[in-house]
Design a protein around this ligand. Structure first.
Ligand code: GTP
Ligand code: MG
Length: 329
């Protein structure tokens, strides 16, 4: 009886969400983020049900160090895109966002225009757990946004290596924001960020910073020249812009469109999405296997015992792993 009611609820939730209800979208994401086993089962059904309505959005990841202007950029870019007739969703991956329930939320003042728009949907990062868990939930939230008719999904991340890779793995275009630098050391080169980026955009190219921004852009162009690009069909451009004045925002979006065109023509677009799907499957499987090891009481006790035997040197780690795997069957 309870089960029947739950599935009816899911059907009506899916219907409202498809019709573009932001309230339904918010509720669906809450379901996806829930840790309750019954909610997770419903969420899996819901996402599966909505799958045919997903996949059509521009998925754009945005990264950059604190203060580079991510929020201001998302506000300006999102508002520009809405002006072009799009519906824009903003999500985030920030595993450290236990603080004040997610950084984006605290940031809504920095996205004043966008958060006031009926054509925008802004959702802070899920706060729970590991990076893998947070990323998986954001990914599903992205699918839900697509099913609700959002044409562009912007996924923000803090400039920390692992979360950047996670966001890059769920988006079609990965945008790295940089500041006009002092010129000595290019941010992001060392930590491999530049290899992930489909474009580097130097923000705050306004006022006194304009000249420095141009020099920084030239430095990055030089540096990118040496690195081999991710796709032979796309050489990541380096642009300057100002999120504050809006100068260059249209140019940035044009690059996203150019990229899509080039990737579609070469087949790289479909290939990247296919790879992402498969990677996602493995990451989900990994998480669920670990979750099972931790949640089933009898398994947990056995694992504890095996762990102790390894610690005491009575059992090799290899044999222990074998025994734990057997527990999962
Ligand atoms: N001059 C100038 N200032 C900017 C520009 N974009 C952002 N700022 C300022 O830079 C500061 C940081 O901007 P945010 O958009 O909050 O930066 P963020 O990357 O979201 O920062 P975190 O959320 O803390 O990681 C704010 O004071 C903005 O007003 C710009 O294009 N030009
Ligand atoms: Mg911010």
């Amino acid at each position: 009886m309870v089960e029947k009611k739950a599935s009816q609820d899911i059907n009506s939730l899916a219907r409202d969400l498809r019709a573009g209800s932001r309230a339904a979208l918010a509720r669906a994401i809450t379901l996806v983020e829930s840790r309750r086993g019954d909610h997770q089962a419903l969420a899996r059904d819901l996402v599966q049900m909505l799958l045919p309505d997903t996949g059509k959005a521009f998925r754009v990841g945005i990264t950059g160090s604190p203060g580079v202007g991510k929020s201001t950029t998302i506000d300006a870019l999102g508002t520009y895109l809405i002006g072009q007739g799009n519906k824009v969703a903003v999500l985030a991956v920030d595993p450290s966002s236990a603080r004040s329930g997610g950084s984006i939320l605290g940031d809504k003042t920095r996205m004043a225009q966008l958060s006031a728009s009926d054509h925008a949907f802004i959702r802070p990062s899920p706060t729970s757990g590991t990076l893998g868990g947070v990323a998986a939930k954001t990914r599903e939230a992205m699918l839900l946004c697509e099913a609700a008719g959002f044409d562009v999904v912007l996924v923000e991340t803090v400039g920390i290596g692992q979360s950047e890779t996670a966001v890059c793995d769920m988006t079609d275009f990965f945008l790295a924001l940089m500041l006009p630098g002092g010129g000595d050391e290019l941010q992001g080169i060392k930590k491999g960020l530049v290899e992930l980026a489909d474009m580097i955009a130097i923000n705050k190219a306004d006022g006194d910073n304009l000249k420095r921004a141009n020099v920084t852009a030239a430095d990055y162009r030089g540096a990118l020249h040496i690195l081999s690009p991710r796709s032979e069909h796309w050489h990541p451009p380096v642009e300057t812009y100002s999120a504050l004045t809006g100068d260059g925002i249209a140019k940035i979006w044009q690059k996203v469109l150019d990229h899509r065109k080039a990737m579609n023509a070469s087949g790289d677009f479909a290939a990247r999405r296919r790879e992402q799907q498969v990677k996602w499957m493995w990451s989900m499987l990994e998480q669920r296997m670990l979750a099972r090891l931790r949640s089933e009481a009898s398994v947990r006790t056995r694992v504890k015992k095996i762990e102790a035997e390894v610690a005491e040197g009575h059992l090799t780690p290899a044999l222990a792993a074998e025994q734990i795997l057997e527990l999962l069957q």
